[in-house]
Design a binder for this molecule. Structure first.
Ligand code: GYE
Length: 330
């Protein structure tokens, strides 16, 4: 650790206790022996919208403890302005590294320039941003969303091939508007099925990655469209809500409507095994260990890869090991 950082540590602690109480940040007490020289990581989480997000937050907190990284964790309750505030407090505390999961792609340049001016490296986790200045962040750790959308489309093609299906009307429940998983899952899915006349996306609605909105959107879609053959949903939370709506409408999910979802939380895997979901594209929230490893490297002034994608698969009704999927942990 840089000597300047050792000297400022006591001050940081005192400040942290007062200011975190004001700003709503939750400091995670580090074990005594780490307090003096532990890497200090400021992490801005975007919210609590799904089991994925809760699993992600827990994993990051547990990984920090395992790695002896001192974590300042702030939850922005689904508001970009709260994330910007949290990043500003991390800059004020002079943390060693800032990591955050950007709720949307746009609007980060000013605050990231402030971090850059303060000499604090910024790591994007889970979601990407769009900026004209790529030097505003040092790297990204999270899923390849285009690939996830692609896997969803490829599953649908395989399903149609195996069962000789044609004229499939698709509805899409998309995630938070202008978020990178929403943009790229949609794009990857379209790229996979493009030009294949068996498939038509008849409507896309945003359910904001929320179970309650997933249900509302599906109710409205079912009311307005006589024929829906496929649901492609950008996350499990919305899918669980949509399945409630489908069952309440007297239809059988997985049979009357082919259901393709993204994430892989336990509840979705259970429904895949019951036949109510046909395909779950995996997106792991377990990014904590990689984030801690990269944060330590950054604090030590080392280079890190620009992009780190965890390995992910798809779970489908055609898998031979369908009943042997290990517990998902979230
Ligand atoms: O799919 C969803 C969550 O950003 C990858 O956000 C994440 C997505 C995830 O709320 O469940």
């Amino acid at each position: 650790m840089r000597p300047r950082l050792m000297a400022k540590r006591a001050l940081v602690f005192a400040l942290a206790l007062t200011l975190l109480a004001l700003s709503g940040c939750a400091p995670q007490p580090a074990p005594e022996e780490q307090a003096e020289d532990a890497v200090l990581l400021g992490f801005s989480q975007l919210g609590w919208e799904s089991a994925w997000r809760i699993g992600n937050s827990l994993d990051i907190q547990e990984a920090a403890e395992r790695a002896g990284v001192q974590l300042m964790f702030d939850n922005a309750q689904q508001k970009q302005e709260n994330q910007i505030k949290a990043i500003r407090s991390f800059i004020a505390y002079q943390v060693d590294v800032i990591a955050f999961a950007p709720i949307v792609e746009q609007g980060w340049d000013t605050v990231l320039q402030e971090a850059k001016d303060a000499g604090i490296p910024v790591l994007l986790t889970d979601r990407l941003i769009v900026t004209d200045d790529p030097s505003l962040y040092v790297g990204y750790v999270g899923a390849d969303f285009l690939e996830e959308g692609n896997k969803a489309g490829k599953f649908l093609i395989e399903k149609a091939n195996r069962e000789g299906l044609t004229d499939l009307k698709i509805v899409e429940l998309s995630g938070t508007l202008s978020s990178s998983p929403m943009q790229q899952r949609g794009e990857g899915f379209r790229a996979a099925i493009e030009g294949d006349s068996r498939f038509e996306i008849i409507e896309t609605m945003s359910g904001d990655f929320l179970r309650s909105k997933g249900k509302e959107c599906m109710e409205s879609l079912l009311e307005r469209h006589e024929k829906i053959d496929v649901l492609f949903s950008h996350n499990d939370a919305m899918t669980l809500g949509a399945i409630e709506a489908i069952e309440e409408a007297g239809l059988v999910p997985g049979e009357d409507i082919i259901i393709i979802t993204v994430d892989g939380e336990q509840a979705a895997i259970d429904l895949l095994q019951e036949g109510k979901i046909n395909c779950v594209v995996e997106c792991t929230p377990m990014l904590g260990d990689i984030i801690m490893d990269l944060a330590k490297k950054l604090a030590a002034g080392e280079e890190i890869p620009r992009v780190t994608n965890p390995e992910e698969r798809a779970f489908t009704e055609f898998d031979e090991d369908l009943m042997d999927i290990p517990p998902r942990g979230y």
